[in-house]
Every structure is written in C-alpha cells, then in structure tokens.
Design a binder for this molecule. Structure first.
Ligand SMILES: N[C@@H](CCC(=O)N[C@@H](CS)C(=O)NCC(=O)O)C(=O)O
Length: 338
C-alpha cells in the first residue's frame, strides 16, 4: 500500500530527473541496441510492414541514430507508445529516445523535463470529415462529435478552437490511431482531428480515401521532433546532430547514391566535415569519424526519407511545404557543421 502511494507520487518529471543521471550513450553502447519509442502504428511515420519490420519517417530517425552510435541501423528495439504512455516510457528509462510525431511544447520541455533535439516535421492540426456530411469549414462543426486521441496537444487545441469560436463539441476519446480510424469509419464520431500529417496518413489507408475531406483550417502549430530526457546532454547532442546530419546532407547534395564517392573527399569542406574526412566532429560527440556517414547511409538524406515514406509519390502524398529546405522557402535549417 505504502509503495503504491510512493510510486503514485512520482511525476513524469521526477522520473525523468532520476533516469537522466545515467549516461544513455553508455547504456545504448553496452546494450548494443537502441530502445526507440514510436507510435503504436501510423503508416508512413512508424508501422511494421508485412514482414514485421518497422518502417517510416520517424522510424528512420531511430535507425539513423542506431547507425551513428552502434554502426548498425537495424540495432533498434521499437517500443510502441500511445499519446498517453510515451512520456512515462521516456522518463522511466524504458526508451532512450522518443521519435513519435510529438509536438515540442513549453510544458513538455520545461515541466515534464524533456529535451527536444530538433524538428523533423513542421505540422499543424487539421480536421477530416466524411464528404457526405457536406461541411466545408471547421467553424460549421457546432455540436459535432469529435474523435480525439487522449494525452495529445490535439485535445487541448480542440478545446481552445471551439471555445474561441463559441461553438460546442462532444469528444469521443480514443487511445490509438487504429481505434480512431475504426470509430470514425463506423460513424461513432462525425469528425477526426489530429496533426494534418496524421490525417493524410490515416486517410491513405481507407478503402475510399476520396469519400473523406480535410477541412481548410489548420488550427495550431505542431513542430514534431525527437526528444530525450532533459539533463543527459551528451546523448541529446548525438540525437540532435544525427537529425541535423540528415537535414544538412540534403542541403549539401549528399545522397545514398553518391555518399560512397563523396566519402573519398570532395572540394567542399563542409561536406568533408559531415562525412568525417576533415575535422574531428565525431570525436567531439564521443563517436568515430564516420558516425554521420553511417546515419545518412542508413536511409538516405532527409529529402530521401521524406520522399520514400510520406512524399507526393506515396499514397500519403504530402508536399514538402514548410518542410522544404530554407534554401527552397521552407523552415528546414540545420546549424553549420563546423
Ligand atoms: N502531435 C500531437 C499528437 C500526436 C499523436 O499522438 N497523434 C496520433 C494521431 S496521428 C498518433 O500518432 N497516433 C498513433 C498511435 O496511436 O500510436 C502530440 O504530440 O500530442
């Protein structure tokens, strides 16, 4: 009884502070495997394929980190987490990092004591409705039933949006995207709301995607990115710079096709620093010179990962939009490798 009370008093932040004292990098190296928290399944972002192999845009971040640290992109234990369980899983040390369409917010950073190591997808919250409902704006949703995943920013933004527009809704709380899909298609809710990328990924798996429309309103900012426990800066740096390596590789024109050739040395000093033929950046991270070469080779540069998993040529069909490089009018901007 006493023990239950004691454990119940543990906050996510308290757990995170305790677990962060340990050197995650050493743990990962000793274990020979990266424990990476992902979703329970969102095609394009993180889901097992027909062979049970995890695939997706977020999965690629886990694999790149494993390749950088362990030299093996397949040395990853993918740990499925829901909107509710993800933070406890990270805080308790069950996972080394979370790569699960998670929005960087003030309270998750400051109060829950996590550290977001960058943004791998700039998103915003949208709404999907069946076409036959005849709705063309989210402002027409007064009185609607809304499927919504618990423990998410989605829940909070929805309340703000309806309140500020003086309209009401009835939430239908759900735990996973699979459940949301099922409930929405069964008509248990009129509307499904989540990150616009999640809506596109979900709709792509419907038998008749064309029967469902995404409403024009984007009601929030959802910068999605990987996160680690606050306080373990050595590990945070590894995850941050692995993501930056994928982003920089695209900017610098390093691809999975030419990485072998470029690794022999080029006349561009920054490419050489990224690929470890010049400078000592790997050593500064506590890794070898080829850490980022391996990270990029694991699934290609950021653009290749985007195109393969969620891009316009996939059923999910997302345009680069805000996720284009800064040189192309987007927000992707890695700090320099020097
Ligand atoms: N970005 C939001 C929402 C993230 C979220 O959980 N989205 C759902 C709907 S797309 C999801 O990923 N579900 C996958 C799952 O159920 O495991 C947050 O960080 O709170």
């Amino acid at each position: 009884m006493k023990k239950t009370v004691f454990l119940g008093a543990f906050t996510v932040a308290g757990l995170a502070a305790a677990a962060a004292a340990a050197g995650t990098m050493d743990d990962v190296k000793a274990r020979g495997k990266l424990n990476c928290g992902v979703t329970t399944g969102l095609v394009g972002f993180a889901a097992p394929d027909a062979n049970g192999e995890w695939k997706g845009f977020d999965v690629a971040v886990c694999r790149a980190v494993a390749a950088a640290v362990l030299g093996d992109a397949s040395a990853v234990e993918f740990v499925p987490t829901t909107g509710k369980t993800r933070f406890t899983a990270l805080a308790s040390g069950e996972i080394d990092m979370l790569a699960r369409n998670t929005t960087w917010t003030f309270s998750r950073d400051v109060d829950l004591k996590f550290e977001f190591t960058g943004v791998n997808y700039y998103d915003g919250q949208g709404f999907m409705v069946p076409k036959e409902l005849g709705v063309s704006s989210a402002k027409e949703l007064d009185g609607a039933t809304v499927c919504i995943q618990t423990g998410t920013t989605t829940e909070l933004n929805l309340a703000d949006f309806f309140r500020s527009n003086n309209i009401s809704y009835e939430p239908v709380p759900i735990e996973t995207n699979a459940e949301a899909q099922q409930q929405y298609l069964a008509g248990a809710c009129d509307v499904y709301t989540t990150d616009a990328s999640g809506l596109a990924a979900t709709r792509a798996t419907f038998e008749n995607p064309g029967d469902h429309v995404l409403l024009p309103e984007i009601i929030s900012k959802e910068p999605l990115g990987p996160l680690v426990r606050h306080g373990d800066h050595e590990w945070g740096d590894v995850v941050r710079w692995t993501l930056n390596a994928l982003i920089s590789a695209e900017e610098l024109g390093i691809t999975s096709a030419n990485i072998g050739e470029m690794s022999a040395g080029t006349n561009n000093p920054e490419i050489n620093r990224v690929l470890g033929t010049e400078g000592t950046l790997g050593e500064m991270l506590g890794l070898d010179a080829e850490w980022s070469k391996r990270a990029i080779a694991a699934g290609g540069n950021y653009g290749e990962i985007f195109a393969q998993n969620i891009g316009e040529e996939t059923p999910i069909g997302l345009a680069r939009g805000l996720n284009a490089q800064w040189t192309e009018g987007g927000l992707l901007y890695s700090p320099p490798f020097r």
